[in-house]
Design a protein around this ligand. Structure first.
Ligand code: C2E
Ligand code: MG
Ligand code: MG
Length: 413
């Protein structure tokens, strides 16, 4: 009977779980609220938060599950915590070598077949246990249901961290976003990108906007990450690409446009981004050299090899590539050399420091110089003051974007 291995940080993990107070029953009532939501939203009869101790799994908020602790050696959850960032889905435990002999599977009292568990982290990052849903019939979870499970797990983590529980709000947002993505219910705003030298408009960046039912605008920084986690981003990016290219192609002049696309495209088997972009360009009649695709370095960090050939395919179509938000993540200078970007967009956190913070200034100067040596254009984001603009001009930055030059809004024909 295969037993789960121990997590590499097992000793610290157990210490952290013991200190959390969860084993003494802290926050039980709020946890129960989430497991109830889980059974309804995932349409499974059983759910629980299990805490994995040294030798057993202790259930909290258990719904239609035996509350007596299960030995760790025979628990699904002990396997689930070994991969803390992904759910463990067991479609039919009876046919899965790892679990087929577990008493919970073989014992006619339980006869468990289906298991879906998302590991739960304590505020210090150690896995405490799992939010799981179970069933006596085999089954599977759709991508959307996996997204629900992840959202609910994050809510439990908020409870662990003693933050306000917001499971209902999270699910509502996710469901509204799904409806909007199906209906293509988004609008665009355009923000000008100007030449630093003379402030002539160089192009416009398309920024997606979404108004929630009830008229509340949602911030992209809130709903784009949710769309990425739930797999809805593909539909959103596609809608934005079509709308942005259609609008620009209809204008009488030859203005350039930039469109953001998610790194998630590069982790999917299909459909590939170059094919989609070629199709949009062909249908709208927009010339490829007017379109810049903005990507963050997550594309490279998550899928370094795939990124290289996919970015080359994009270049072959004739579009330009911009590395967005440079300076926020790993910001490895080697990316600039190894990947075929035309433009580097310096993140606004650096630009904010110009005229005030010598370190930011040193970094900006160095990146501009390096970018130029590698044949790339530099664009500074978030330019809000004359002082920042002046610095960027003196140091030969090519393009600027920010509230000083223009806020996102409608495009004038
Ligand atoms: P981004 O691509 O770096 O876009 C620039 C963001 O900075 C925009 O925020 C813009 O409104 C804001 N901004 C522009 N000038 C200034 C300034 O002077 N000061 C300050 N403080 N902010 C400024 P927004 O529209 O909220 O978008 C946030 C992020 O959401 C974008 O960052 C981009 O990563 C993502 N996003 C937006 N539209 C799309 C889309 O269609 N698809 C995808 N995948 N992501 C998108
Ligand atoms: Mg951008
Ligand atoms: Mg940016």
């Amino acid at each position: 009977m295969p037993e789960a291995a121990l997590p590499f940080d097992e000793a610290e993990r157990l210490l952290s779980l013991t200190r959390s107070g969860l084993l003494e029953g802290r926050a039980n009532r709020r946890i129960k609220g989430v497991t109830e939501l889980a059974t309804r939203a995932l349409k499974r009869p059983m759910a629980a938060v299990s805490l994995v101790t040294a030798d057993k799994q202790v259930l909290r908020g258990a719904i239609r599950m035996p509350t007596a602790p299960t030995p760790r050696a025979h628990s699904f959850c002990a396997h689930a915590i070994l991969q803390p960032d992904r759910p463990l889905i067991v479609e039919n435990a009876q046919e899965d070598r790892r679990f087929a002999n577990y008493p919970q599977v073989t014992d006619p009292k339980f006869r468990l077949r289906f298991y879906a568990g998302m590991p739960l982290r304590l505020p210090d990052g150690h896995a405490a246990g799992v939010l799981c849903a179970l069933d006596q019939v085999p089954g599977t979870l759709s991508d959307f249901q996996i997204a629900i499970l992840r959202e609910l797990a994050e809510t439990v983590e908020d409870i662990f961290a003693e933050q306000a529980p917001a499971a209902g709000e999270r699910l509502t947002l996710l469901q509204e976003l799904r409806r909007a993505a199906s209906a293509g219910d988004f609008t665009l705003q355009w923000q000008p990108i100007a030449r630093a030298r003379d402030l002539q408009v160089h192009g416009h960046e398309a920024l997606v906007r979404w108004t929630r039912p009830g008229g509340v605008p949602a911030r992209p920084d809130d709903f784009i990450p949710l769309a990425e986690r739930s797999g809805l981003i593909g539909r959103i990016d596609r809608a934005v690409l079509w709308a942005a290219c259609t609008e620009m192609a209809s204008l009488p002049d030859e203005r350039r446009l930039s469109v953001n696309v998610s790194a998630r495209w590069f982790g999917l088997a299909r459909p590939r981004l170059p094919g989609l972009i070629a199709q949009v360009l062909a249908s709208t009649g927009l010339s490829p050299d007017r379109l810049t695709i903005e990507l963050t370095e997550r594309v490279i960090v998550d899928n370094p090899d795939r990124a290289l050939w996919e970015l080359r395919d994009l270049k072959a179509i004739g579009v330009r590539l911009a590395l967005d938000d440079f300076g926020t993540g790993y910001s490895s200078l080697s990316y600039l050399e190894a990947y075929p970007f035309d433009i580097v967009k310096l993140d606004k956190t650096f630009v904010r420091g110009l005229g005030a913070n010598e370190r930011s200034e040193a970094v900006v100067k160095a990146v501009i110089r390096l970018g130029h040596d590698l044949g790339m254009m530099l664009c500074a984001e978030g330019v809000e003051t004359e002082r920042q603009l002046e610095f960027l001009r003196i140091h030969d930055c090519d393009l600027v974007q920010g509230y000083l030059l223009g806020r996102p809004g409608r495009i004038r024909p």
